[in-house]
Design a protein around this ligand. Structure first.
Ligand SMILES: Cc1cc2nc3c(=O)[nH]c(=O)nc-3n(C[C@H](O)[C@H](O)[C@H](O)COP(=O)(O)OP(=O)(O)OC[C@H]3O[C@@H](n4cnc5c(N)ncnc54)[C@H](O)[C@@H]3O)c2cc1C
Length: 386
């Protein structure tokens, strides 16, 4: 949970400098190699625990840093500048720890929290299935009650960190056909019998997210593994969705800002027809358009952050949808404009523009697709603008 006061400003500034140093030494040199070899950098994610980044928003009493939501987003932005997939993986593991810290029983915290905070274990949240994505209520992974246990069967797909996570919040159906009313969530131990990890996907990029799936084959969960009972799982899953949509929007802004800086530097050095290319109006106007949209995306994101930090989740639904829709729709054309401004050199991997482009594609699906954001806004039209 976000902490109202967070880290004192001077402490946070110091930490941010350390995050930049960590990023430049332990992430930036490997981003291209991870992509080429389709590596899920579990060790590099665990290494972020040295700075406490796997417990950013968790209270210090439970071993976290006690940051505000806005502070967490600044850290994620710094990481996203070089690898949004890395930042996304990290925050997804963090989210499982945060959920346990907030809603877990003492036993659940004892079993998993410390290892999630020190990176010995990674976390995932598993809603999506091969046959159910946007329509979360239609999941069919089945939890059947038995005398002392629940028997879980089904398959999850497109799960961040599934390449190696072992602490998984899995959403299941307890009553076929009951949709949201029957959804519960369990803490799944990825080392136990009945858990079958599937091979991570070969994608167009962003392999550092470690996206994959798993099957539950007669997996036995006890009542001690129950996180949200039937009827509460659906709302528990969506309780932090506005925050997720807002950090995805913020990550888009970070990727564009880093690319814009690179493009401006390049176009200030590169000459054509006797002057720096940025002095050709045809080129500088393209980058001005990127800057203009970046400012708009940042403003929407800042608005969503402010509402979220105000603590009213209901009031945050629309600001988060506006921020994510705008940011995920502008990020790809903006990155392409930056690449174009660098001529053929923009295609070189070392500039990370291609890496960011595939990550930008990913932002259009995670935590609610762009169409679902549009639908959310559309459904509010009559109540908002009458
Ligand atoms: C890299 C990556 C990481 C992910 N990580 C996770 C994770 O950690 N946990 C997890 O549970 N899931 C995760 N997902 C899955 C993600 O949440 C889903 O991709 C998303 O919910 C969309 O579901 P879908 O891909 O099945 O598309 P579908 O729901 O099948 O939709 C297909 C298309 O139809 C559109 N569509 C659907 N319904 C409507 C509608 N009502 N109106 C208009 N258009 C509509 C969609 O926007 C989409 O364009 C991840 C996905 C990716 C790509």
């Amino acid at each position: 949970m976000s902490h109202p006061n967070g880290l004192p400003e001077n402490k946070f500034t110091d930490l941010l400098m350390q995050v930049i140093e960590f990023r430049d030494q332990q992430i930036t040199p490997h981003v291209v190699e991870w992509e080429k070899t389709r590596t899920f950098p579990a060790n590099a994610i665990a290494a972020a625990s040295e700075l406490g980044l796997l417990g950013m928003e968790i209270s210090p009493e439970l071993g976290g840093l006690g940051m505000t939501f806005a502070q967490k987003l600044k850290v994620l932005d710094v990481l996203s500048e070089v690898s949004m997939p890395y930042a996304f993986s990290l925050v997804n593991s963090h989210n499982v720890a945060a959920r346990l810290a907030r809603h877990g029983t003492e036993d659940q915290k004892d079993r998993f929290l410390e290892d999630l905070l020190n990176g010995k274990k990674l976390g995932s949240s598993a809603l999506t299935e091969p046959g159910a994505g946007s329509d979360f209520s239609s999941i069919t992974t089945q939890a059947t009650p038995e005398k002392d246990n629940w028997r879980l069967n089904g398959e999850k797909a497109w799960i961040t960190n599934a390449a190696s996570s072992t602490v998984i919040v899995a959403y299941v159906q307890t009553e076929p056909g009951a949709r949201a009313r029957g959804i519960a969530s369990f803490l799944i131990d990825g080392t136990k019998a009945g858990f079958e990890r599937l091979a991570p996907y070969d994608l167009i990029g962003s392999h550092a997210i470690g996206t994959g799936g798993f099957r539950l084959n007669n997996y036995l969960a006890s009542n001690a593994d129950l996180l949200a009972p039937a009827g509460e799982g659906f709302s528990a899953a969506l309780a932090t969705i506005n925050e997720a949509r807002t950090y995805v929007a913020s990550m888009c802004c970070a990727m564009v800002e880093a690319s814009l800086r690179t493009a401006i530097d390049y176009a200030s050095e590169r000459e054509s027809f006797g002057r720096p290319t940025i002095e050709h109006q045809g080129l500088s106007w393209q980058l001005a358009r990127v800057a203009n949209q970046l400012e708009a995306a940042r403003a929407l994101t800042t608005n969503a952050i402010t509402v979220i930090q105000g603590g009213d989740n209901e009031a945050a639904i629309l600001p988060a949808a506006h921020a994510k829709k705008f940011a995920t729709e502008f990020v790809e054309p903006a990155l392409i404009a930056c690449t174009q401004a660098m001529g053929a050199n923009g295609l070189k991997e070392e500039f990370l523009l291609g890496h960011r482009l595939t990550a930008a594609r990913v932002t259009n699906y995670v935590d609610g697709s762009t169409e679902i954001m549009t639908d959310r806004i559309a459904k509010s039209l009559r109540s908002t603008y009458t």
